[in-house]
Design a protein around this ligand. Structure first.
Ligand code: MN
Length: 298
């Protein structure tokens, strides 16, 4: 950052708006999701992030049925699935797949396109239990939208966990870095994804890069910022200017702090495809319908 002076770096990012009141909808028959933010109304403000669905927490009874969502495509972005409780199983047309449980993360790069299915894992189905997970969509720059798909399965123990220096809670670095500690996820553009558990009666700051889109996703608990409260299933969206965010207090909060460098390109999306133009969306639909995004082979 050569153009941002010391004044900007020393100031807090201002809370720009709070997204509230997300309605629940079912994704397939297994994921009771609330879309906490989406590019469809926020667009460039949240770039490089596109969308976040928060599913649960919801108790499921033991079942012989496979609960989830069957084969569907994606092209042009990445899906990041973070499990808090329960178990999610994934298979895709590149031959990748796996079962992830609490603390685990699946970072799937759809890029040029794949098809996949997402279901409750076998142990959750057999024993029943609480499902709670988040799925974040991260955009890709135009030059990577037609790159080969890839899959990163990131286990809980691969994710560095640190304590905040003032004792306000703990932080897991899923992607990017915090205080010089690198997270395991490989990303196409600079992105930090921190999984934070926060509790503090005292104000404190978190350093966040100048110029980055910054979203504080509160899944559970309460965060007080300025004169506002961000509650469960709500998202604080900050101005890009400023070198940190200031939190006045936090009550038993499970949050995701997302920040990243904007991708300054047009965003044109339709359902499971996010590209740069309407023509590329038509091509994606045609490629999917023509079977050119692959199929599940096992
Ligand atoms: Mn999907």
């Amino acid at each position: 950052m050569t153009h941002s002076g010391a004044v900007a770096d020393n100031s807090a990012k201002k809370l720009h708006r709070i997204q509230r009141g997300a309605d629940q909808h079912w994704v397939g028959n297994g994921f009771p999701a609330r879309t906490l933010f989406t590019y469809s109304n926020l667009g460039p403000m949240i770039s490089p992030f596109l969308l976040l669905d928060y599913a649960g927490p919801m108790e499921f009874l033991p079942t012989e049925k496979r609960l989830g969502v069957g084969v569907h495509p994606h092209r042009g972005f990445e899906t990041v699935t973070i499990v808090y409780s329960g178990e999610v199983e994934h298979r895709d047309s590149t031959g990748s797949g796996g079962i992830i449980g609490p603390g685990d993360v699946q970072w799937m790069t759809a890029a040029s396109g794949l098809v996949h299915e997402e279901f409750h894992g076998p142990d959750l189905a057999r024993r029943g239990g609480v499902l709670e997970m988040a799925q974040l969509w991260v955009n890709l720059p135009a030059k990577a939208k037609m790159a080969p798909p890839r899959y990163q399965s990131i286990s809980n123990k691969q994710i560095p966990a640190l304590s905040l220096p003032g004792g306000e809670g703990s932080l897991r670095v899923i992607a990017g870095e915090f205080g010089g500690v690198q997270g395991p996820a490989r990303t196409f553009t600079p992105v930090h994804v921190w999984d934070l558990q926060l509790a503090s009666e005292q104000p404190f700051c978190l350093p966040v890069p100048e110029g980055y889109a910054t979203l504080l996703v509160v899944l559970k608990g309460l965060i007080n910022v300025d004169s506002e409260t961000i509650g469960s299933a709500e998202v604080g969206i900050y101005d890009r200017a400023g070198g940190h965010i200031r939190i006045n207090s936090a009550q038993n909060a499970t949050t995701l702090l997302l920040c990243g460098e904007a991708i300054e390109e047009p965003i044109v999306g339709s359902g499971p495809f996010v590209m740069n133009s309407a023509e590329e969306i038509r091509q994606a639909i045609s490629d999917y319908q023509g079977g050119r995004m692959g199929r599940l082979t096992y």
